[in-house]
Design a protein around this ligand. Sequence first.
Ligand code: GRF
Length: 200
Amino acid sequence: MNIAILCSGNGTNLQAIIDSVNKGYIPAKIALVLSDEKKAFALERANKAGIETITLDKKDYKEREDFDREIVKRLKKRNVELVVLAGFMRLLSPYFVKEYRDRIINIHPALLPSFKGPHGIKDALERGVKVTGVTVHFVDENLDNGPIILQKTVEIKEGDTEETLLERVHEEEHRIYPEAIKLFVEGKIRIDGRKVSIKS
Ligand code: GRF
């Protein structure tokens, strides 16, 4: 199966996925890494791994949907069957979601449906919860809203800062994102409304 990974930043999740593919843990090919930021370190990681990269600049597109149409065109050209968002800081248009319905996944640094949005770690810390975590979910038309595939908890410790918590959240992300992708690629995930069941 061909997969594509969309990133905007550092790409530590991308790296974990690349490593998992290279080890044979995920039986798929990363056909493309696409970024909306030409300076994203994720692009360097992909280049180093010999993966094709594309950068698209939103300034070149009038509407969000035009941008997404361009992405979808590139994905289809490469027969991409699974779209993995890994720190991609753009909301997908309904057009994109429709074209890849139930085949787009995202990772969020909190236990959804708590702390949606771009500051999941900061928001959990500020709210004073004792346990937060990581969620892998399908992407639908609404932000951080689609059916949940996997979740893992991360304890918030006395004296945690955004940096120390981020580090432990990332450790968990780098474990469960490859796991979720593997399950998808092996056809073990079934969606029934908002519920996801996993075949053993
Ligand atoms: C991750 O924390 C992920 O949960 C969120 O964006 C961050 C991306 O980090 N969606 P990286 O670029 O994979 O290091």
